[in-house]
Design a protein around this ligand. Structure first.
Ligand SMILES: [Fe+2]
Ligand SMILES: [Fe+2]
Length: 247
């Protein structure tokens, strides 16, 4: 999480931390000489302010994905605290509560962002790309395929978040029931150690694996997403800087 891809650069409209594939490098060779405008020159180009530009619409997606990644990382840290890194049970309980709050908030940011992304993609596929295809010889069909891959990677994150949240909720409910049972039988025996409460049960091991799965899915989606936004801009911007797009 320390590289530039996850830093402050996400709020910049001129976001540089993405990687393009070999097929994309070949595509760029198809741009006409007048379309070969270096990325850093797009924003001062006389056409940039003449119409709405896609770059401006992509900034908040990058920022929201950063929030999601930071939220997952923070929740995972609290999961480790709740699972025994904290010595004191009261602190472990606070960590559990914080973890659930952070994960729910993260899940909400992700789902709202994906809702807007789906709308953005629909607008591109139904209106923008067909319009651009009328005025440019550049083949935009790869973008439809990219959107499909993007949705597949997005679905994996949504599923991993749902599975983890359900599991944690189940585990916490079981822990609460166990606690109530102990309270009721108080006096009968004080000998029960807090092994279960320390979080090293099978359920916590499962939860740990689910967290790792979620982190892997989120990292994969973030990479696919950042690369898609970058490649899309490199193809769409030269068209919209050299033509008026009628939408
Ligand atoms: Fe886009
Ligand atoms: Fe797109």
């Amino acid at each position: 999480m320390a590289d530039g891809r996850h830093g402050r650069a996400r709020s910049l409209v001129n976001y540089p931390h993405y990687e393009v594939c070999e097929a994309h490098k070949l595509r760029l060779r198809g741009l006409t000489p007048e379309m070969r405008i270096p990325r850093e020159k797009w924003f001062d180009h006389p056409f940039y302010r003449k119409q709405k530009q896609m770059c401006d619409y992509h900034v908040h997606f990058r920022e929201e994905m950063l929030q999601v990644m930071v939220g997952i990382q923070g929740a995972h840290n609290l999961f480790l605290d709740a699972g025994g890194r904290e010595e004191d049970e009261a602190n472990r309980e606070r960590a559990r509560a914080g973890m659930m709050k952070s994960l729910r908030r993260t899940s909400s940011i992700f789902s709202k962002s994906m809702e807007v992304l789906n709308f953005h993609v629909t607008m591109e596929e139904r209106y923008l790309f067909p319009e651009m295809q009328k005025i440019s010889i550049i083949d935009l069909s790869f973008l439809y395929q990219d959107h499909k891959h993007l949705h597949e990677a997005e679905a994996k994150v949504t599923s991993a978040l749902d599975v983890l949240l359900q599991h944690l909720l189940r585990t916490m409910t079981a822990r609460s029931q166990e606690y109530l049972k102990q309270q009721r039988s108080q006096g009968q025996s004080d000998s029960k150690d807090d092994k279960g409460d320390r979080g090293d049960s099978d359920e916590d091991v499962k939860g740990g694996q689910m967290f790792l799965d979620l982190i892997a899915c989120a990292l994969e989606f973030d990479t696919v997403f950042m690369n898609h936004l970058g490649e899309e801009e490199e193809i769409v911007m030269p068209i919209s800087l050299t033509n008026i797009i009628h939408l």
